[in-house]
Design a protein around this ligand. Structure first.
Ligand code: ATP
Length: 207
């Protein structure tokens, strides 16, 4: 099984990295693909270029077995729709289940995503929840796909909805950008190699 973790990663931090590593172990994934979004369709465009965000990701996961950076959204023109990404992954990996990981905040917005129902044609969707998360009432489309048996993920290539609790660290990229802009030290929130890159390229400085 292959895990997929999308995001703007502006910059990548230990919240992302810890979750990616935890789900790799929990679901016994062959690999987790971290896919930086070139033009996120659902939020303000990042000020940092897609190439720089990808460079930071590469530095962050260097030497970490089983995590890899996937550049397909950056190599594509136009808005980075997850459906196009999953379609392309499915063409590449025809026989392995694909697990798309999203945070519970993103899940609450899922029905605004481009052709969101079709995401389930290509992958399972795993919603990462924090301890104490209470899943809201789901409509029929979701309850038909919901499972609490992780074995069903391995036995189907796509189509299931599954909730998984992980120990999400209270770190956000926006808080890190703000700290750097205000000349505070973001140490221990993201890898030192990424901090060095941010300093070298003077990212997130006051304009
Ligand atoms: P921003 O603060 O700019 O919105 P972010 O830190 O939320 O950024 P994104 O790149 O937008 O990071 O998120 C990519 C993915 O990582 C999303 O699925 C999001 O739910 C998840 N994520 C973000 N922060 C954490 C965290 N602290 N722990 C676990 N997952 C996280």
């Amino acid at each position: 099984m292959i895990g997929i973790f999308g995001g703007t990663f502006d910059p990548v931090h230990y919240g992302h990295l810890r979750s990616a590593l935890e789900v790799k172990t929990i679901f016994d994934l062959r690999e987790v693909r971290l896919i930086p979004s070139a033009q996120p369709p659902h939020r303000q465009q990042p000020t940092t270029s897609a190439l720089m965000r990808m460079e930071m990701l590469k530095l962050a996961i260097k030497n970490q077995a089983g995590l890899l950076v996937d550049a397909r959204e950056i190599n594509r023109e136009g808005p980075s729709y997850m459906l196009d990404t999953l379609t392309s992954l499915r063409h590449e990996f025809t026989t392995e289940p694909l697990l798309l990981f999203i945070g519970s905040d993103a899940f609450n917005q899922l029905t605004t995503w481009y052709k969101w129902q079709q995401l389930f044609d290509h992958a399972h969707i795993i919603v990462l929840t924090r301890p104490g998360f209470d899943s809201q009432i789901l409509d029929d489309f979701f309850t038909e796909r919901l499972t609490n048996k992780s074995t069903e993920l391995a036995h189907n290539l796509a189509g299931k909805l599954y909730f998984q609790q992980v120990s999400q660290l209270d770190i956000s990229a926006s808080a890190i950008r703000k700290m750097i802009t205000e000349q505070q030290d973001p140490g221990f929130l993201l890898p030192d190699t990424v901090i060095a890159y941010i300093r070298q390229h003077r990212l997130y400085q006051r304009q």
